[in-house]
Ligand binder design. Sequence first.
Ligand code: ZN
Length: 130
Amino acid sequence: MSDALDVGSTAATADKGMYRQLLEEKIAEARLQIDRLTADIHEATLAAHDIPADDEHDPEGSTLTLERAREVALLDGTEKSLAELLEAEDRLEKGTYGTCENCGREIPRERLEVRPEARFCVQCASARRR
Ligand SMILES: [Zn+2]
């Protein structure tokens, strides 16, 4: 019984280094983007305070607001991806990485190479989106 478990973890260990590298690259990327967006939004918020109240009909003002809303949405999405990436790294440490959380099947390597943070196999992921 314990033999079957050992075989499974050996196969996963072979790819562990590669997945960790993929995850770390994406984590570093996400952190950079979060830093950049946070600085941008912070700067814009400070600048907004300098705009006199009677300038509120300035067409450029609304463009800036739209731009800011996009950045805030992007920041939100990036923070969520970062959380998913960190969770995936955690699963890698625990040895549960690469197993579909829904059906328990192995997530294909091709999928993990594209989406190293994937928690579900393709079938379950598309079933959940429906
Ligand atoms: Zn599945």
